[in-house]
Design a protein around this ligand. Sequence first.
Ligand SMILES: Nc1ncnc2c1ncn2[C@@H]1O[C@H](COP(=O)(O)OP(=O)(O)OP(=O)(O)O)[C@@H](O)[C@H]1O
Length: 709
Amino acid sequence: MPTIIMGKLASKIDGSIRAKAMTFLQKLGTDDTTSGLHIEPIENAADPRVRTGRVDNFWRAVMFRLDSDGERHYVIHGIWPHDDAIAVARRVQLSVNPINGLPQIAEIEAPAERVPVDTKSSASRSLLVNLGHDRTVLVETLGLPEYVADQALTAVDEDAVLDLAQQHDGWIGTILVDLAAGDTIDSVVSRMALERAMVSGDADTDVLHSFKRPGAAFQYALIGDQDELRRVIEGGDFGAWRIFLHPEQRRYVDRSYNGPFRLSGGAGTGKTVVLVHRARALARRDPDARIVLTTFTTNLADALSDSVTQLDPRVQPVKKLGQTGVHVTGVDALASAVLRVAGSSLAASVREVLGDDRSAPLARTAGTRWREVVESTGTSLLPALANESFLSSEYGHVVLPNKIHDEAGYLRVRRPGRGVALDRAKRSAVWELIAAYRAQGRIDGSLDFAEAAAVAAAHLAGQTDKPADHVLIDEGQDLSPSHWQLLRALVNEHPNDLFIAEDAHQRIYGTRVVLSRYGIPIVGRSQRLTLNYRTTAQNLRYAMKIIEGGQYADMEDEAETTGYRSARTGPGPEFDAVETLSAELQVIGDRVQAWVEAGTDAGTVAVLVPDRFHRDRVVTALTERGVDARAVDRDRPPHGRVAVMTMHRAKGTEFSKVVIAADRPSPMELARLEALAPPERVDAELRRRSLRYVAATRARDELVIVTHK
Ligand SMILES: Nc1ncnc2c1ncn2[C@@H]1O[C@H](COP(=O)(O)OP(=O)(O)OP(=O)(O)O)[C@@H](O)[C@H]1O
């Protein structure tokens, strides 16, 4: 039975022939002598291994046949109309790159067709020359084909190198993107896992070996079975993440870590993809393992769960914490699950954390409680401290994790990283409010979300028999100290216990956490992803400007860096300035309607707005114009309808085309910010910027920003 090696290019099959291509490839993978396939060599072909096959009367597949150790492989290069396919088949040549050992398909052109490049005259204006590169290093260290190196060396700026990268799928394009972003040669070699070719032959065995190198996996996949084949073909470009992993992603999926590991990376750099693949890899490696895949909200968990099933239908997420398999859930739901099964033994943990009892620990305290307490308690504190934002953060970062029960304990406790300094009198006044908050909780018998996580953590900390073997966490930047205590307590300390994905620039909730303060030392086990797969270079530049200059720090308390790059290009973001709300609704309607009327699937369009009030107005305005739009809240974005959602809800989603209604803060919001203590205000400003950054990075292709004059 021949093995199919699917190229990424070939997986982007025209929708109209997808079903026929599937039938063709299925038959080929079963028996290449099946009648009707017409697997034929081509006369005078540049590569004697090239074959064409009959998909239907009109379409032909172009492939390479490789025979090694009695096994046959077909590398699928692509599918074209008959005459084009023959022409392509004549001129393509498969070889092993003699420098980096990766497979390379070159098109042998007539000499006149390739315009000679004058690298000398353009050298002074060349981006890559100015970055210190020359032809020798591009060709002899990285293995770029000579003509690609020459073209790259004449490109004057980043855009010109990216344009060239667009013409080369796979490792050549990816290396060019890295070079355009200013990477050193050493870091390109390491990111792409380039290794010197061991054998420089082009025998079938050598070529086959080249397809199995990590650097080739981003472009080629050895298809194991018919189901996988179907997923590759049906998924097309949108499904590429399931099959074609960048060597860097592959490394983080497969590698074993001797303790908690942190993977950071900007929006769209494939962090979630790594988590989902890693969950599957862990489940495959140990079918008895209990794997928890968690994130900040239930919506995000639903999306993660969908991705696990899309990646591999055999890894069906399991419903209950503690079951063998992959359990996908929001972190607060995780806390509730622990409390539910704890039963009567919970009382001791509640007392340990809060110093008192709760009669209904499964009920959640209302989110308005801090405000009510401040309003109903006469306090000597200035509004800069007597507000929900400061108090809930102080409670969550200092009081709960340290299990403080009384004023004396609060007066003694260290408050690292809290920014706002508190003298003794202020601490006493803060404690008075905290005590009032707790007293109300006692009356209700309930716990708030942070308390629930802290109690669940305390309950698990006392157990040796943990409910999980591996915990994988997405959106780590938004989690609170008690979430981290819970996650730490969920799994014993051992290799591959915690794997954390985070992006400091996308923290839109809560206050920053330093992991080592909550029993999660990373020490040297952290890496960053920098290649953005979602956003075009043009839109990425706009998004990066939003966070430029902000003092962001990561979960190890180090300044967060950027240096993100995109392999995709497209139109730059467009801006519409309006004066009134009705003008804004008009502009949003015009943009969305134009896209839909031009044939864009409405389900790939989204409008992102600051709040729910705004959202409902946009939905009404779009509906009145006859555009099928829906407000998205707890449910998944609708198929075939324009999604309208808050920027907070948009976290973790992506669309082809996005309109952002970038409202100015309301006078009330400005007054609220103004009243905060300076460090809190600085942090609130960072979160506001992060929210705009999150929104600006949701579009794959086109972005429109509607601003107020
Ligand atoms: N190896 C890959 N090949 C093709 N597409 C990929 C690859 N890895 C990720 N993608 C795509 O890039 C997009 C972003 O990936 P993902 O959601 O994992 O990024 P992220 O870093 O978690 O983003 P965010 O932080 O914005 O949620 C998705 O559309 C995903 O399918």
